[in-house]
Write a protein that binds this ligand. Structure first.
Ligand SMILES: Cc1cc2nc3c(=O)[nH]c(=O)nc-3n(C[C@H](O)[C@H](O)[C@H](O)COP(=O)(O)OP(=O)(O)OC[C@H]3O[C@@H](n4cnc5c(N)ncnc54)[C@H](O)[C@@H]3O)c2cc1C
Length: 500
């Protein structure tokens, strides 16, 4: 039986980060991945030789000394990643159809405040107070900076109120409220359900800067692959744990894999969906309260996605990486409600992609969707879904293409749909139980599974543990790393490459 210091389960950005942190601190690590290759949601896929991103398109925090910049520095992979910053004056554009108007939101907090004050001159005080509150939450949250993550995490008052409640106190302006909640698309929870604090923590990175990464999520996966190899991390794909054995004093001694192979380790860190974690834990070690808590977690929103490419002879000189979100109206709560029947929110991401011998102008479009929308086909699997499902997909693709052409009429007859994906596609390719984009819904007052689990040498990390998005997912692994490793050594590891 092979013996490791640590087993990391799941090789998305959380698992790769976790494995690297441990191995960089001298531990012998096994990384297990259920799918055929590592990377999880950040992996790209290629169709007809054209690269498309599935679960990673843009991020905040890549500016110098930003949180992601620091994380990549500590992991010694920053030099392998090339950020492509979006246009500072219009990084996030929102077209609100009911208003017939597009709002261009820059980055840089002062820039955003000034732009909002231009759009809503009567709301200057609400705008200042909103950004003041966001800043205050982030200032008192240790996990917003690797330098402060060692302090005790104390919940802020804003952890106990929803975004909706705060906005209602600040302003009556529907459009301003919609724009201040619009980044809910980046975590998939209604303003009336997310705490103001978690909304602030999610948005802060994107308020500072918005960037894509050259070669998308694959750049991250390749950088990690290199470092995982440099640090002798053993990677096994198409593997998962089927049984925990030799449990003494609430400590697991043996881990049995789907291949029948058995391994032992001091710790096992699960960076997978909490409902998948619950399936692994033996029933006798799980209290009723724990099981109920996990079962009650709801899913965040997911997406129906269309992946398209512009004809190679189509010229558009100012075609650039950009993000346009289309909201049919200002009611963001209803847009994130599975029961909503109107036109969904749609995010259109344009990108220029270079392969070895060709350059492509790609368009990825993401319409909010939920597992409820595909419930009748939930028992089917990729590759063998019924005709009615194909019809559903076709009609959704056509509707999305029509919406793209409405805002970009120049693409009519110039755009080819290369692929599409429903919430079921995400579920099956990413081995997530519900196909949601961001794991569990982060609801106000909810206590996520984070850190130590009911068995003493088992830990939870990952996007459902702290916050979603690549920053929240990676940060969750730093927090667990701090628990597992000797604190003094861990501090030295963090500050070795970081400027103080
Ligand atoms: C359509 C879409 C768009 C997104 N856009 C962005 C974006 O632009 N920017 C951003 O920051 N974030 C974005 N996100 C969110 C981001 O991708 C995630 O928050 C983050 O990548 C999650 O990382 P993770 O490692 O926690 O989980 P995952 O990436 O889901 O990784 C979990 C891994 O565990 C594996 N696994 C599951 N069960 C087991 C098991 N039992 N044993 C072994 N392995 C298992 C899975 O196969 C998977 O590889 C998007 C997500 C989606 C779906």
């Amino acid at each position: 039986m092979k013996k490791y210091d640590d087993i990391v389960v799941g090789s998305g950005i959380s698992g790769m980060t976790m494995a690297l942190i441990l191995a960089m601190n001298g531990r012998k690590v096994l990384l297990l991945e259920k799918g055929p290759s590592i990377g999880g949601s950040v992996s790209r896929f290629y169709k007809n030789g054209i690269p498309f991103d599935t679960g990673f398109h843009f991020t905040g925090g890549l500016q110098k000394d930003g949180i992601l910049y620091d994380i990549l520095t500590v992991l010694e992979i920053r030099d392998l990643i090339r950020p492509i910053f979006l246009a500072e004056d219009r990084a996030n554009c929102f077209f609100i159809e009911s208003e017939g108007r597009q709002y261009e939101v820059p980055y840089g907090i002062e820039n955003i405040k000034n732009k909002f004050k231009e759009y809503f001159p009567g709301e200057a005080s609400a705008i200042d107070r909103y950004f003041g509150m966001v800043q205050k939450v982030c200032d008192v949250t240790p996990s917003m900076d690797l330098r402060t993550m060692f302090s005790e995490h104390i919940l802020a008052d804003e952890d106990f109120v929803t975004l909706e409640e705060v906005l209602n106190k600040l302003t009556k302006h529907r459009v301003l409220k919609a724009l201040l909640s619009a980044l809910a698309m980046c975590y998939g929870v209604k303003p009336e359900e997310i705490s103001f604090a978690n909304h602030s923590r999610m948005c802060m990175g994107l308020y500072h800067s918005v960037a894509r990464i050259e070669n998308g999520g694959n750049a991250l996966v390749q950088a990690f692959k290199k470092k995982l190899q440099d640090h002798d991390i053993e990677i096994r794909c198409s593997r998962h744990i089927t049984e925990l054995a030799d449990i003494n004093n609430k400590k697991v001694g043996r881990f049995i894999l789907n291949t029948g192979e058995e391994v032992s380790a001091d710790n096992c860190i699960l960076t997978i969906h909490p409902k998948e974690i619950l399936k692994i834990l033996p029933g006798q070690y799980v209290s009723r309260a724990f099981a109920d808590r996990v079962s009650d977690f709801e899913s965040s929103a997911g997406f129906f996605s269309v992946f398209a490419v512009l004809d190679s002879d189509f010229e558009e000189p100012d075609f650039d990486s950009s993000i346009l979100s289309i909201f049919p109206h200002c009611d963001v709560n209803s847009l994130l409600d599975p029961a909503y029947k109107g036109e969904p929110a749609l995010v259109i991401i344009k990108s220029v992609e270079h392969t070895k011998d060709k350059t492509y102008k790609t368009i990825d479009a993401f319409e909010i969707s939920f597992s409820e929308h595909v419930k009748e086909w939930e028992d089917s699997k990729t590759g063998s879904r019924p005709r009615a499902y194909q019809d559903y997909k076709r009609s959704r693709v056509n509707a999305i293409i029509n919406r793209i052409i409405k805002v970009f009429p120049q693409y009519k007859d110039k755009m080819q749909v290369v692929d599409s994906a429903s919430v079921l596609t995400f579920r099956d390719y990413l081995n997530s139980p519900d196909g949601s984009a961001y794991g569990i819904k982060q609801k106000v007052g909810q206590i996520n599974l984070q850190g130590r689990l009911p068995l003493r040498n088992l830990y939870a990390a990952g996007q459902s543990s702290l916050l979603p998005g690549i920053i929240g997912a990676m940060m969750s692994s730093f927090i667990v790393g701090r628990t597992i490793l000797d604190e003094k050594k861990f501090r030295e590891f963090i500050f070795r490459n970081l400027t103080t």
